[in-house]
Design a protein around this ligand. Structure first.
Ligand SMILES: Cc1ncc(COP(=O)(O)O)c(C=O)c1O
Length: 453
C-alpha cells in the first residue's frame, strides 16, 4: 500500500525549541535591517528571512551570528568555498595594483586568463579544438556572445540572412538578457517580456528522433546545457549530444555547450562534456559562475573556425576581462582544473548518493528519483520541497530547489566528507520534522531563487 505523508504546518515546525538557527523574529536586528532597505529595492526576488554577513569555507554566518552549512554555493558559484584565503589575498593585491583600464588597452591578465582557459580545456580532453576566449561579466553575457557569434557564422555562410535560427531546449536556462531569455523557453520568464528575439526554436531535451527536423539549413546555432541545472538537474544522454553534433556539422550550424552551471570541475571533470568523444565536442563553450568564485565574470570559448568569423567591432564590453576579475579567474581556473579538486568531487558524490539512498528508503513515496553527476545532484520529491528547505534552514543547512519539486545539491567543491554527513544529518532531521504519515501534500513549482513573488 502506498504510504502518504502529512506536512506539519510550517509554524509548528518552526516553533520547536531546539532549532539551531530559527528564522529571525520580527523584532530582530535582521528584520530591522531588511525593513529599512527593502522599500528601496526593485522587488525581483523573494528571500528567506536571514541576512548573511560573513562566509568561510562551506559556512555562512547571519547578522545574528548564527552559523549555516551552505549546500548552495551561491547557486553553484563558490566552488572554492567562501572567502578562499588565496583568492582574498589576490583580490587585495590586484585591487591595490590595477582594477580597470577598459578594453581600449592591453593588460597582463585578460590574455593570461584566455590562454589558461584554452590550454586547460584542451589538456582536459574536452573541446579539443578550443582556441580562443572572449571574457565578459556573467553567464547571460557569455551566452549573448555565443548567440551573436553563431549568428555571425550563419551570416558569413549565407549572406541572405536566412541562416539565423537558434535552437534551444525545453527546461533549459540560459539567462535573463533578451537573447539568452529568448533561448530559455520557460513561459514564466518569457511571457511578461515578449516579443522575444525572432528566430528561436525549441526542442525536447534528449529527443534524438526530432533532431533532424529541429536543426535545419536555416539553423546557425544550437545551444544546450549538457546537464540542465535550473530545469531540474537533467542529464543529456551521450547519444543525444552526438546526434546534435552530427546534425550541426551536416547543416553548418555552431554547437554551443552552456556549462555555466555544470562546468569547471562540478561534475568531476573540468567540463561536463569532458568524457564525450571528439565527435560530440562543441564549437563554443560558455562559462561563468564558478569562474569568479563570486566575482562577476564569464567567458565564451570558441574554436579557431568560429573566431575567424568575428572581426573588430562585432562585439565588446566595458568591464569584461578587467585586470581584477581576470587575475582572480586565472587563479580559480588553475585550482578547479586540478586533479585534486576533481577526484574529490567523484568521492564526495558517493557520500551524497549513499545518504540519498538511505533517505529514499525512509521516504519512498516522497523521494522518487536522484539525478545528476558529481556535485550537481537533484533529488526529485513528489511534493513541494519548500517546507523541507525551511526546516533545514532553521536547523543550520541551506539548500535550494530547481525544476519542479527538485532539491538541488550544489555545495562548494572543497566540502569535506564530515561536512556532507553533517548537512545530510540536518536534512534528515528536517524531513523527520516535516513529514508524518497520514496525508498527501500536492506539489508546486520549484526554482525558489527565481520566483518573481
Ligand atoms: C546554465 C546557465 N546558463 C546561464 C545562466 C545565467 O547566468 P547569469 O545569472 O550569470 O547571467 C545560468 C544561471 O543560473 C545558468 O545556470
Amino acid at each position: 500500500m502506498l504510504r502518504t505523508y502529512h506536512m506539519d504546518r510550517i509554524d509548528n515546525v518552526q516553533k520547536e525549541a531546539s532549532l539551531a538557527t530559527p528564522d529571525p523574529s520580527s523584532d530582530s536586528q535582521t528584520s530591522r535591517l531588511v525593513g529599512q532597505s527593502t522599500p528601496y529595492m526593485v522587488p525581483t526576488y523573494v528571500r528567506p528571512p536571514p541576512m548573511f554577513q560573513k562566509g568561510e569555507g562551506c559556512f555562512l554566518w547571519d547578522v545574528e551570528n548564527r552559523q549555516y552549512l551552505d549546500f548552495t554555493s551561491g547557486i553553484a558559484v563558490n566552488a572554492l568555498g567562501h572567502c578562499d584565503p588565496e583568492m582574498s589575498k589576490l583580490l587585495a593585491q590586484q585591487a591595490q595594483t590595477l582594477v580597470h583600464t577598459s578594453n581600449l588597452y592591453h593588460n597582463p591578465w585578460t590574455g593570461a586568463l584566455s590562454k589558461l582557459l584554452v590550454e586547460k580545456t584542451v589538456e582536459s580532453g574536452a573541446m579539443t579544438d578550443a582556441a580562443r576566449a572572449f571574457i565578459c561579466n556573467s553567464g547571460s553575457e557569455a551566452n549573448e556572445a555565443a548567440i551573436k557569434f553563431a549568428r555571425k557564422c550563419g551570416r558569413t555562410a549565407d549572406e541572405s540572412g536566412n541562416k539565423h535560427e537558434i535552437v534551444s531546449f525545453h527546461n533549459s536556462f540560459h539567462g535573463r538578457t533578451m537573447g539568452s531569455l529568448s533561448a530559455t523557453p520557460n513561459p514564466k520568464y518569457q511571457k511578461p517580456f515578449g516579443p522575444m528575439v525572432p528566430g528561436f526554436r525549441y526542442g525536447n531535451y534528449n529527443d534524438i528522433d526530432a533532431v533532424n527536423d529541429l536543426v535545419t539549413d536555416k539553423t546557425c546555432g544550437v545551444i544546450i546545457e549538457p546537464i540542465q541545472g535550473e530545469g531540474g538537474v537533467n542529464v543529456a544522454t551521450d547519444d543525444f549530444l552526438l546526434a546534435l553534433r552530427r546534425r550541426c556539422t551536416e547543416v553548418g550550424a555552431v554547437l554551443i555547450y552552456d556549462e555555466i552551471q555544470c562546468g569547471l570541475g562540478r561534475t568531476g571533470t573540468m567540463w561536463a562534456h569532458g568524457a564525450l568523444p571528439k565527435e560530440a565536442h562543441p564549437d563554443v563553450l560558455t562559462t561563468a559562475k564558478a569562474l569568479g568564485n563570486g566575482f562577476p565574470i564569464g567567458a565564451t570559448i570558441v574554436t579557431e573556425n568560429v573566431s575567424s568569423k568575428i572581426v573588430t567591432g562585432d562585439h565588446g564590453t566595458t568591464f569584461g576581462g578587467n585586470p581584477l576579475g581576470s587575475r582572480l579567474a586565472h587563479y580559480i581556473v588553475g585550482r578547479l582544473s586540478g586533479a585534486e579538486i576533481q577526484d574529490g568531487v567523484i568521492q564526495k558524490e558517493k557520500v551524497f548518493r549513499k545518504r540519498f539512498e538511505q533517505l529514499k528508503q525512509k521516504y519512498p513515496d516522497v523521494i522518487t528519483e536522484v539525478r545528476g553527476r558529481g556535485l550537481l545532484l537533484g533529488v526529485q520529491l513528489s511534493q513541494d520541497p519548500t517546507p523541507v528547505i525551511t526546516a533545514a534552514r532553521e536547523r543550520g543547512l541551506l539548500i535550494i530547489t530547481c525544476g519542479t519539486n527538485t532539491l538541488r545539491f550544489v555545495p562548494p567543491l572543497i566540502i569535506s566528507e564530515p561536512e556532507i554527513e553533517q548537512g545530510m544529518d540536518i536534512l534528515e532531521d528536517a524531513m523527520k520534522a516535516v513529514f508524518r504519515t497520514d496525508e498527501h501534500i500536492p506539489g508546486t513549482d520549484g526554482q525558489q531563487e527565481m520566483r518573481a513573488s
